[in-house]
Design a protein around this ligand. Structure first.
Ligand SMILES: [Zn+2]
Length: 179
């Protein structure tokens, strides 16, 4: 199990409620959380925003199933993390490379393909909008015109496509738009 970051919509089903207690949903799994991500959220004050970490992250740590990893952690020979901070401090994307092909799962460094053309448009949930913009531009530059399949975590179907340069910005090209 891997969480790209610890926002409420990315930690669901880490746990489930059994007999009034939150317990890990997958007791035979290891759960990978970014160390710097957890260090950030573990300092937040009690309140409704913290509930997601309290019911979906802390019980996993308490059960001993969590590994706090570096933001460039290599999971297997084919799967590794890439630090993409800004949306949250320890945010990571997931890189997959196998048999000469490459893909990357964005996490929340972008929420919509329009941010390829408008990389400075911030999301209101970006913890550090300036860092998020820098990360987005660097990510788009890195991916552009390479055959890396970009899987947009929050993108509507089709979620997979390629980043192509378009003047000073970029475009998200999917199978249906490559025509
Ligand atoms: Zn998020």
């Amino acid at each position: 199990m891997l969480c790209t970051h610890l926002h409420v919509d990315h930690v669901g089903w880490n746990t489930m409620r059994v007999d009034g207690r939150w317990v890990p949903t997958f007791p035979n799994a290891r759960y990978l959380f970014g160390r710097s991500e957890w260090e950030h959220w573990s300092r937040e004050l009690p309140g409704p925003d913290r509930d997601a970490r309290d019911d979906s992250v802390r019980p996993v740590l308490d059960s001993g199933l969590a590994d706090l990893v570096a933001t460039n952690h290599r999971i297997t020979g084919e799967v590794s993390l890439q630090p993409t901070p800004g949306h949250t401090p320890g945010h990571v994307s997931v890189c997959i490379a196998s048999r000469g092909e490459a893909a990357v799962i964005t996490g929340d460094l972008m929420h919509h393909p329009v941010q390829c053309a408008e990389p400075d448009w911030a999301n209101r949930f970006d913890v550090d909008p300036h860092a998020a913009r820098r990360t987005r531009r660097a990510f788009l530059e890195r991916c552009s015109n390479r055959s890396v399949l970009v899987l947009g975590t929050h993108f509507a179907t089709p979620t997979g496509g390629h980043i192509v340069r378009d003047g000073a910005v970029w475009r998200f090209q999917t199978g249906s738009s490559s025509g």
